[in-house]
Ligand binder design. Structure first.
Ligand SMILES: NC(=O)c1ccc[n+]([C@@H]2O[C@H](COP(=O)([O-])OP(=O)(O)OC[C@H]3O[C@@H](n4cnc5c(N)ncnc54)[C@H](O)[C@@H]3O)[C@@H](O)[C@H]2O)c1
Length: 411
């Protein structure tokens, strides 16, 4: 038997063997979580949908256990879009009015991020279940109030985190559960969404909207979910640095935020390092992607449509190397991504591609199915706050030039 030291030395000398392009049949995984409504219930959840931008890109009207009862937006044009998308004839001029409708059992909140906590709390207090777009909250005080209110009301809260349901992430979660990675000892994630100062995404009719000057780490969930949703670990400590210049967006915004880009270095509850970047400016690929590095296998998710995901696997070849050590080699393969949205993870009417790499049909189904079967949704309140709160603390750290800070737990 080789000593651990010899094995480590051998690994450090191992040859790089690229098998890119060979296909990834050896790593194919089969769906383990079939279309969940095994109870065969014909119960119909009566949904309200609020926010006709992002909120108009889901599939509630196509789900066998859902009826879109009503929609709402402050803007008439967006109410029209929502009514058309969801084939729904009832609309309200505000969330407050929709919440008075006794027929509405559950609400999808797709309003501006800084108002999520306020709108979620109002919905829960009206006695309705809630699905909300990311992030869960804006302050740590809101995080605590949301956790307590979900517990007190006993209602279902789910966050619609798209990175949780990206096809790569679904694969990685399955592979990790099957033990293919071994221990994941480090991870990284990046969310790059470069925008120019005067972009219509930030300024509507000459007025800066909620996205103008938003602190990058207040929008961390597309990254933090990559690790937390796979291993279940929590982020306990952080140091973060930010970068910004003197453009108007960073010298005059409602958040007093001077940073266009922030990079955080988190410590996890397993003592592992996790690097997270959220960037709004620079020569960057517009991506949401993760990297998971394990003892036995690592996974580097795709760069959008440009480069496919890659797997690196440590394999032991026959015999020993020149020094008599185990003949370990890292083998790099292009990952042949299964399209999970085509499988029985979804009801037949939802088996189609959807926005954010197939995430929107999964979010639709997960929320409705959790309510129908009276079970916890995958991204429940604790999971949602575990994705959100670390970013709030990371931004505080960046404002203090990288001060090392503790992250409170909301479990
Ligand atoms: N990948 C993702 O997960 C992803 C992608 C895009 C947007 N989002 C999230 O979705 C949310 C919405 O994004 P968006 O781009 O559509 O923003 P947006 O500002 O374009 O739209 C928000 C809409 O909410 C409406 N609204 C606000 N308060 C309301 C109220 N009290 N009653 C009724 N309507 C109200 C506004 O009129 C507006 O039309 C944001 O929180 C954003 O973070 C998530």
């Amino acid at each position: 038997m080789m000593s651990q030291k010899k094995i480590e030395e051998s690994v450090s000398r191992r040859k790089f063997l690229s098998l890119a392009g060979m296909g990834a049949a050896a790593f194919a995984v089969s769906p383990r979580f079939a279309f969940a409504n095994e109870s065969g219930s014909d119960r119909k959840i009566r949904m309200g949908i609020v926010g006709g931008g992002f909120g108009s890109s889901f599939h509630f009207h196509e789900h066998p256990n859902c009826i879109v009862e009503a929609v709402s937006d402050l803007r008439a044009d967006r109410r029209d879009i929502l009514m058309k998308t969801y084939s729904c004839s009832k609309s309200y001029e505000s969330l407050d009015k929709l919440l008075k409708d006794p027929k509405v059992e559950a609400v999808f909140i797709a309003t501006e991020a800084p108002n999520h906590a306020k709108h979620v709390l109002a919905t829960l207090r009206a006695g309705k279940h809630v699905l909300c777009a990311v992030p869960a909250a804006w302050t740590l005080e809101e995080c605590a109030e949301m956790r307590d209110t979900v517990k007190r009301t006993g209602l279902t809260y789910m966050m619609g985190e798209t990175s949780y349901w990206r096809q790569n992430t679904i694969s990685v979660r399955k592979m990790y559960a099957e033990g293919q990675f071994g221990h994941i000892f480090s991870a990284a994630a990046e969310y790059n969404h470069p925008v120019s100062e005067g972009s219509a995404l930030l300024i509507e009719n000459g007025v800066p909207n909620w996205r103008y000057g938003i602190p990058p780490m207040h929008y961390p969930t597309h990254c933090t979910s990559f690790l937390i949703s796979v291993t279940g670990e929590r982020l306990t400590d952080v140091t973060c640095l930010g970068w910004g210049d003197k453009t108007p967006m960073l010298t005059n915004n409602r958040y007093k935020n001077p940073f266009a880009n922030e990079t955080a270095f988190f410590k996890t509850s397993k003592g592992n390092p996790f690097r997270v970047e959220v960037n709004w400016r620079g020569a960057l690929r517009n991506v949401e992607r993760g990297e998971w590095r394990g003892e036995k296998m690592s996974f580097y998710s795709s760069y959008g449509d440009v480069d496919p995901a890659t797997i690196v696997k440590l394999v032991q070849l026959p015999g020993v190397d020149e020094g008599g050590y185990p003949n370990l080699q890292d083998v790099t393969e292009k990952y042949d991504q299964p399209k999970w949205w085509k499988t029985d993870m979804l009801p037949p009417s939802l088996r189609k591609d959807s926005y954010h790499d197939g995430a929107h049909t999964f979010i639709t189904h997960e929320f409705i199915d959790a309510l129908v079967n009276n079970r916890k949704p995958a991204v429940d309140i604790h999971e949602a706050l575990a994705y959100t709160a670390p970013g709030i603390v990371a931004h505080q750290s960046a404002l203090k030039n990288g001060e090392y800070m503790k992250i409170p737990s909301f479990d």
